[in-house]
Design a binder for this molecule. Sequence first.
Ligand code: ADP
Length: 511
Amino acid sequence: MKKVLIANRGEIALRIVRACRELGLSSVAVYSDADARAPHVREADEAVHLGPSPSSESYLRGDLIIAAALRVGAEAIHPGYGFLSEREWFARAVRDAGLIWVGPPAEAIAAMGSKTAARTLAIAHNVPVVPGTTEALHDADEALAIAARFGYPVLLKAAAGGGGKGMRVVREASQMASSLDAARREAKNAFGDDAVYVEKYIEGPRHVEIQVLADAHGRCVSLGERECSVQRRHQKMIEESPSPAVNAELRKAMGAAAVRVAKAAGYVNAGTCEFLLDASGAFYFLEMNTRIQVEHPVTELVTGVDLVQWQLRIAAGERLPFTSTIEPRGWAMECRITSEDASNGFLPSTGRIGYLRLPGGPGVRWDGGIGSGSEVTLFYDPMLAKLIVWAPTRLEAIARMHRALGELTIDGVETSREFHMRVMEDEEFRRGDIEIQWLERRLDSLVGAPPPRAQVEAAAVAAALLAERDRRSRTPRTAAIAGTLSATQDAARPELSPWARAARAQGLRGE
Ligand code: ADP
């Protein structure tokens, strides 16, 4: 394997370019009209134009992507996440074209592609699932009978579901018929499949997932958990590793369950088993994501394992050198920086990125897909970048994240930065008292909170300084002449540093 085509865009495409470069592989980007000048295109060794901006005419055109790979002489295709990453037909088509698929076998994607099939497989291998059915519902009467057996509330879920689509909570029998219709319609629209089944709705669980790596030689290991309970509308917003609710014993049990599911599916490459964890420590398998996850960096930071490099190495036939569960070291946290206006119902914001100042310093990682000048459109997902930090303890990681968010400036579009800062200041979050409904319950106080006092004071001082500078600049002529004169004199004064001379030449003496 020498050349890898990356069938994706944005931050994950750039992340894969970096992994390729570190492994000595050359990378090929693909792009749509809207992304002609995007960072992932500039950074890759080569780039191929796919088509117009809508994903359906570019990043979802598997035929064009495979043709591009063959044309440029790439041996492998890395799908990233989203787009074609979990489409069985695409994994198969890549393989049929004689190319290496950097992901699990098409058969494993198929085994996990339907939530009902995955549940059946988990049950068969002694992995607990949320109580519910493994068959699609025929009608509302059947749903009512099942709900009566488990007790309300129940959750209707699309078998082909993803991204929280096609899900409806039903709290009482009278809502069943209309909720079932709505879930079916949404599932049909989003996935072309209206199969819906029933699960018991668990109140207040955490979302905890296990990262696994499996090689093609039969070894499969768990890399520990990620806590992803901070969600809005079933979409993750902040992730961390380890989880405040998981100890070494639970980590081992959940890791073993995830490895059983992966092995049962004939899994190879990086994958994630998602679980709900209730307050008593009982966990239930939800589904397996057969690709790299958005939140993979937090696992990388606490394990020291480069997951994207390992995806490529496994695809090239390498053996995993680790045997048992790797214990996490320190604490890692990730904020998804999106172009959404949190104070305005998370309304998507579009525009051109102007000034961009990235955070730095100890323990800070920026996985971004934007640069200044980047155009943020409505064609793609609003996630612009991920800000990830590492520190020895959870509270230190929170302080570091708050500091790094404070350094971040993105001009030109509204972003979720302020919202994330408020979460870092929240007492419940700081105590780790979170579950999947926490954010929705807390949202009003998080987005409506006035800025902290120190920030208001800093703004007042800044305004006063600007007014003062304005006042002084009303006498520019004499200042400029004085500056020129002193610059001429200063040239003959070697004791002045170049900085002092420059400042004096601008009439900024002593400032
Ligand atoms: P998707 O594939 O659409 O993301 P998931 O099955 O992963 O669907 O569920 C998404 C989210 O919905 C979970 O992270 C969790 O927050 C919530 N959820 C799913 N199943 C249940 C359940 N049985 N009870 C309560 N919440 C659930």
